[in-house]
Design a protein around this ligand. Structure first.
Ligand SMILES: *Cc1c(COP(=O)(O)O)cnc(C)c1O
Length: 426
């Protein structure tokens, strides 16, 4: 039996506990949705005011140089790099994940067309995040490629001589299942294909080693575990083997070698800078820096390795407590138990039509914020999704979250009509 005192004890001896003070969270709220929108760093409000009132309001156009607005994408990219096993000057923070995926997938397809013109298949997982599949679908149409979608256990068999590019999300958004980046990348390369990773649910949540795995391209999200704020710019990484082989297709002036020469022809900038397109969202980029400060603060306390250890402890505890407390209430587990196969979230399942959405709403009404994802056709199981951000979630909160879940189930509270109302963003 795990007790409340055990959980309190774990908070007391948690070496990362002090990091929670860097974040502004409403008192009493148990926020288990940092995998979708990270919490606000306390420093963000003052930074936003400074950017708006001083840098914009007072210094105006001089701030491009004076406040360092112009090279924010590269400077932030260099701060993200150690979190994902990338080198310096290989990452830029810019645009959205969807747009960055368009750029790197286009690059991968162009390289594949040059190196292996007979390969015409882009392979991904059917349960990948939809925007990744939509971007791939559009590109495949335009480039005369075929998008092939398989289940995770079918990937190995699909690595054949038609395959040009394998595009996967490292940690699955619905189930929290994690691929072994090194072995999947090696298998793709052995089959003669390029490897593109989406790190949306990995960056800042699990240690990633892109260079160690020898991956080709990666993209990731700024507003999830990196805590960059709503709509924060995303990032992209290009293996230096490929960076200068190709102009990415959105060849705008910010990716030009000399943007202020204003020449009529495009000359790509050296290095990953050519993956920028147009003028950047400076306010949003400035706030992403506040999110990254959380990882700088974690560094002397053990960095990503310590964050990963705590994340696994939190998710292990949640699974164990749900099993201890909510047994017999029709919940299953979609997330792998094996540590090497799990990201930083836990997804519980419920038979489709058995109120998964309403259970999540009833929890939110009690101040426990998770989210709901509808079942896929294959399993007919709906998902209750809970993200555990080790920077600010504590062990006692996990206990309390499960206690609320038990109450919602045991009292039949989720069956109240107000919890059935679906809104635009779930
Ligand atoms: C969150 C997420 C995105 C988000 O893409 P946007 O362009 O920011 O809307 C993309 N891919 C994956 C795998 C995600 O989890």
């Amino acid at each position: 039996m795990i007790t409340l005192q055990d959980c309190q004890q774990r908070d007391a001896s948690d070496p990362l506990r002090s990091l929670r003070d860097l974040f502004s969270l409403p008192p009493g709220l148990i926020y288990l949705d940092g995998n979708s929108l990270g919490a606000m760093p306390k420093s963000a409000a003052a930074r936003a005011a400074q950017v708006v009132t001083q840098e914009w309001g007072q210094d105006l156009i001089q701030s491009w140089n004076k406040a360092g607005w112009f090279d924010l994408p590269q400077r932030l990219g260099n701060r993200i790099a150690p979190l994902i096993g990338a080198g310096q000057d290989q990452v830029v923070a810019t645009d959205s994940t969807s747009i960055n995926l368009y750029k790197v997938l286009s690059a991968a397809i162009t390289i594949a067309k040059q190196d292996a013109p007979l390969r015409r298949v882009l392979l991904s997982e059917r349960s990948n995040f939809p925007t990744d599949l939509y971007i791939a679908e559009g590109l495949c149409q335009a480039q005369g490629f075929t998008l092939k979608l398989v289940e995770p256990e079918e990937i190995a068999a699909a690595l054949d001589s038609d395959l040009a590019v394998l595009m996967l999300t490292h940690v699955n958004y619905r189930t929290g299942a994690m691929h072994d980046m090194a072995s999947v990348t090696a298998a793709a390369h052995a089959a003669g294909a390029l490897m593109v990773w989406d790190l949306a649910h990995s960056a800042g949540a699990v240690p990633v080693d892109l260079l160690g795995a020898g991956a080709d391209f990666a993209v990731g999200c700024g507003y999830k575990y990196l805590n960059g704020g709503p709509g924060a710019p995303a990032f992209l990484w290009v293996n230096p083997l490929h960076t200068e082989r190709f102009w990415q297709p959105l060849s705008g002036w910010w990716g030009h070698a000399a943007p202020f020469a204003f020449t009529p022809d495009y000359q790509p900038a050296p290095g990953v800078t050519r993956y920028l397109c147009g003028t950047q969202p400076v306010v949003s980029l400035s706030l992403l820096a506040c999110g990254l400060d959380g990882f700088a603060a974690a560094e002397p306390l053990g960095g990503m390795a310590a964050l990963r250890a705590k994340s696994l402890a939190l998710t292990d505890l949640f699974i164990a407590l749900v099993e201890q407390r909510c047994e017999g209430y029709g919940l299953g587990l979609a997330t792998p138990r094996e540590h090497a196969k799990r990201g930083s979230q836990v997804c519980l399942t419920r038979e489709h039509g058995q109120g998964a959405f309403a259970i999540v709403q009833a929890l939110i009404a009690r101040g426990v914020v998770g989210d709901f994802r509808a079942g896929d056709g294959a399993t007919h199981k709906d998902i209750l999704r809970f993200g555990f951000t080790p920077l600010y979630i504590g062990f006692e909160e996990v206990w309390n979250a499960v206690e609320h879940l038990y109450q919602v189930l045991a009292n039949g509270e989720w069956q109240r009509p107000e919890f059935k109302q679906q809104q635009a963003v779930t």
